[in-house]
Write a protein that binds this ligand. Structure first.
Ligand SMILES: C[S@@+](CC[C@H](N)C(=O)[O-])C[C@H]1O[C@@H](n2cnc3c(N)ncnc32)[C@H](O)[C@@H]1O
Length: 283
């Protein structure tokens, strides 16, 4: 019988051999899931020998990961902007990159200073953006819109778990069409991968994450362009739009934004890796 420390090393070696990056971290995450604990407690258990039930649970999780299922689908949750969010197959796993968009939306809301701002999260997925904003701005009402029933159900569950169900409202529909009132901030991380590039993405993404959350058409900009053209009239005075995109799309999206909102201040925001990942339109 092996100690947890030895089992972790074996798991790390198997994941690394299969070409999975960050194999040590992932081995730890899989074992925390099998042992129903967290990483801090895991380190205190390194000399223990896991029982047969935990060993079998870990074996099954490792097989799934070796098949390139994303570790966060296997774990069933992921941290985003300081909140533990449930994730589930059929809904995009929230990315750390998207915290740049949230931080910018929060700066804009603080500058606006409205006590009860109205926010739209278009293409809400797991509810990551809607929930991070509602949690940080206690007076905010957030309309979380998606075409996917799985995404809307997950957003509602995540909002309820975090006590935000009364301020995050899920609405089914296409882009801004179901938005019930003009918003102070429209935030959106819409599908923006070029259709032709989807097969070239990591297998975790191309095989397991929903195409409806990724595919932005030939240029990747179908939804971004449509949202920008449909947004006039959907904002309150001094309203703003914050959009996540591929850095290669910033220039074209800026042009569309200036056409849709002549006179608006349009500027890109860089992420932690210094890439222009978010476009801000201040009207
Ligand atoms: C890239 S995911 C983003 C999910 C989430 N906002 C996040 O940042 O993790 C894009 C989301 O847009 C949704 N979506 C796709 N087409 C849409 C449309 N026409 N109207 C509204 N939502 C749409 C997808 O179902 C998916 O949940």
């Amino acid at each position: 019988m092996s100690t947890l420390g030895a089992l972790l090393r074996q798991t790390e070696a198997r994941l690394a051999k299969a070409g999975i990056p960050d194999a040590r971290l992932e081995a730890e995450l899989l074992w925390t899931t099998a042992l129903n604990t967290d990483r801090t407690h895991l380190y205190a258990m390194l000399r223990d020998t896991p029982g047969p039930a935990a060993a079998e649970a870990a074996r099954q999780l490792i097989v799934r990961r070796l098949d390139r299922e994303p570790v966060f689908y296997i774990m069933g949750h992921r941290e985003f902007h300081g909140h533990d969010l449930l994730v589930s197959p059929g809904v995009l796993i929230p990315r750390q990159d998207t915290e740049t968009l949230v931080d910018e939306a929060l700066r804009l809301l603080a500058a606006l200073g409205a006590p009860n701002p109205i926010v739209a999260d278009v293409g809400c997925g797991s509810g990551a953006i809607a929930i991070a904003i509602a949690a940080a701005v206690p007076g905010a009402t957030v309309h979380a819109i998606d075409v996917s029933d799985a995404a809307l159900a997950l957003t509602a569950r995540n909002a309820d778990r975090l006590g935000l169900g009364g301020r995050v409202w899920v609405v089914r529909g296409d882009l801004l069409q179901p938005l019930p009132e003009p918003a102070d901030v429209i935030a959106a991380n819409l599908p923006y991968v070029m259709s032709g590039e989807i097969p070239t993405l990591e297998p975790e993404v191309s095989r397991y994450e929903p195409r409806i959350a990724l595919d932005g058409g030939e240029t990747g900009m179908v939804f971004i362009e449509r949202l920008l053209r449909e947004a006039p009239g959907r904002l309150r005075p001094r309203g703003t739009i914050v959009l996540e995109m591929d850095p290669r799309q910033i220039e074209a999206a800026s042009r569309t934004a200036r056409e849709a909102f002549p006179g608006a201040a349009v500027r890109p925001v860089r992420d932690m890796a210094r890439r222009e990942r978010v476009l801000v339109i201040e009207t």
